[in-house]
Structure formats: C-alpha cells, structure tokens
Ligand binder design. Structure first.
Ligand code: PEP
Ligand code: MG
Length: 325
C-alpha cells in the first residue's frame, strides 16, 4: 500500500480515464509548504495573505511582506502562485486594526476595506511585484468583489504600483495575471463583463455558500444549515462553470468543498478541472480522482437537479465513491 500511496503522491493528478486535473494548495503559512513536500502539486491556488498579517502586532512593512512573498513564490518555482490581496474583516480580525460592526460578514471586509485604504493595497502589491522580480510566477487574486468599479479601481492601483517600480528599478517588471474571486453571489451574474477585465476566476465556495444560503459560516446554531450540497448551491456552481466556459475563462475552486471527496466529484462532473485545497487534503483528492472517471460523474449535475436535500446529494455521490474503492 505504501508504494501505491507514494506513486500517487509523486504523480500529477489525473482521473481514471486520464483527464489531467490541476491540484493546488491553499496556504498562508510557510509550514504548509512542509506538509505538502513530497506530494506533487501544481502550485498554490490560494495564498491567504491575511494570515501573516493576523499573527503580527502591526502591519508588516513592504520589505517584510516582500520576504514573505518570496518564500511562497520559491516554494513552487515556475508554477503559478496565486496571492490574494488582504482579506480581513468578517471572521478575520487584525488585532491592531479593530473593526466593530453589527454585521461584519456584510460589512467592511476584503476588497472593500483596502479600497478605502488604498495605501494598504499599494504597499502590498508593490511587495508582491518586487518579490516576483527574477521569478515571474505571481498571480494576484482580488477577494470579495461585488462590482465592476471595484475591479477597475484595483487594476488602476496594480498598474500604479507597476509603473512606480518600473521607474524605481529602471527595468522591465513582469506584469502578473490578475483574477477575481467569485464568492459574493452577484458576481456570478457579471462574469461576462468581468472577463473583459481580468485573466481568471477563483470560486470561493466557503463564502459563496454562506451568502447564497444566508447562513453564517461560523455560527454553530445554524451550522446544520450551512451545506455546499444544497441543490441550489450546486445549481449556482453549475451556472458559474457554464459561464466561464462560455467566456473561455480559466476558473478554479479554492473553497473547502473541493477537499471533500463528495464535493470534488460533483465539481468534476460540472466541468471544473482546477482545484485548490489544504495541503492535508491533497493526497486524498489525488486518490479519489485516480479511481474515478469523468464519464462516471458527468451526469451527477442532472441527477442532483431533482433532489431536494443535501442528504440526498451526499448519498448519491457516496454510492459512487464506494463502488470505486
Ligand atoms: C472562500 O470564501 O471560499 C475562500 C476560499 O476564502 P476564505 O475561506 O479565506 O474566505
Ligand atoms: Mg472568502
């Protein structure tokens, strides 16, 4: 068994019928690079930059940030490292920048906060672009995007940081690909317009589920209502896959759903081929993919349409998982 596990760990992820799948890691701490060592991954699909911010006692300087980002870019040289700009607020407080609100998840979080403090975003993007000098594998991801204007403003700031650095260093600074998170539900209805502005999308199933169901993702009283397998949530994810296909936009999944075998198979059946998950889940995901063919899962999206509860969805996919073991 050990040998089998080792060979799965070393091989690139693919399905039983040899369809290649991109598997990446979600991280924010250098320790994850160790956890993932020895397991071949395709890059970092989500680097949560707020994590190093949260464990400090003040905003890290541009230089400190640059060093952190260099480590992340060096963890997978020549593979894409998708760095998300600061996503604080909601459940992610900064001890040195308190935000008091009645409805923090509907409030000043993610891109909303940094657009009111463009200096925070500018310093961060400068640090990212500087870290990327001589490397070239940086991608930038914008969280909590709700409107086109927010994206335009972010792109303007990224451009500004790029122009500043090009002048300061008097050399060509490579321009990163920029993507948007699809996690505020309304953004999925703007995929057409957004695709004219950015290079890729990443679906945040954690927040998307929370906002579609109007269920606080961290409230234990309603935890039983928070479920990615709600057939309506699946319908939304199917719609996103179709829209991205229509506009020929690369899309990945970076929420936790992809780390569960049931979720992974549902998403695979919808057409998603790029996933990002915690380093601990990588091996299991590879195993599940290796034992499942796309053919087996592509009808799930039709079958789930007639189901009425998350339990029924889970049962449907679990039968398939058991058959394949
Ligand atoms: C998400 O919302 O699904 C996501 C990946 O981001 P976070 O969990 O950091 O909010
Ligand atoms: Mg999120």
């Amino acid at each position: 068994l050990d040998l089998l596990v080792q060979s799965i760990a070393k091989d690139a992820a693919k399905t039983k019928d040899n369809i290649p799948v991109s598997l990446n890691i979600n991280t924010g701490l250098a320790v994850d690079f160790e956890v993932a060592r020895g397991i071949k991954a395709d890059g970092i699909g989500l680097y949560r930059t707020e994590i190093p911010f949260m464990i400090r006692s003040c905003f890290p300087s541009e230089l400190e940030q640059m060093e952190l980002y260099q480590r992340a870019l060096d963890a997978y040289p020549n593979k894409p490292i998708c760095m998300r700009t600061l996503d604080v607020g909601g459940d992610k407080p900064l001890p040195y920048f308190p935000i008091k609100e009645d409805n923090p998840f509907l409030g000043w979080r993610g891109i909303r906060m940094v657009l009111d403090h463009p200096e925070i975003l500018l310093v961060q993007v400068r640090a990212m672009l500087r870290a990327n000098m001589g490397r070239g594998n940086l991608q930038i991801l914008l969280p909590m995007i709700t409107s086109i204007d927010e994206v335009i403003e972010c792109l303007r700031l990224i451009e500004q940081a790029h122009t500043e650095l090009s002048e300061e260093y008097d050399q060509v600074i490579s321009y990163p690909k920029v993507g948007v998170m699809l996690e505020v539900p309304v953004a999925m209805y703007q995929i057409g317009l957004l695709s004219e502005l950015v290079d890729f999308f990443s679906v945040g199933t954690n927040d998307l589920t929370q906002y579609l169901l109007a269920v606080d993702r961290n409230n234990s009283r309603v935890a039983n209502l928070y479920d990615y397998y709600h057939p309506g949530v699946l319908e939304a994810l199917q719609y996103i896959a179709e829209q991205c296909e229509k506009y020929a936009m690369p899309v990945s999944i970076c929420g936790e759903m992809a780390s569960e075998p049931v979720g992974l198979l549902l998403l695979l059946g919808m057409g998603y081929r790029n996933f990002s998950m915690s380093a601990q889940s990588l091996l299991k995901a590879k195993w599940v993919l290796k034992h499942t063919s796309v053919e087996q899962v592509q009808n799930l999206k039709f079958q789930t349409k007639s189901l009425s509860s998350p339990e029924q969805v889970r049962q449907l996919v679990e039968v398939l998982l058991e058959q394949n073991q």
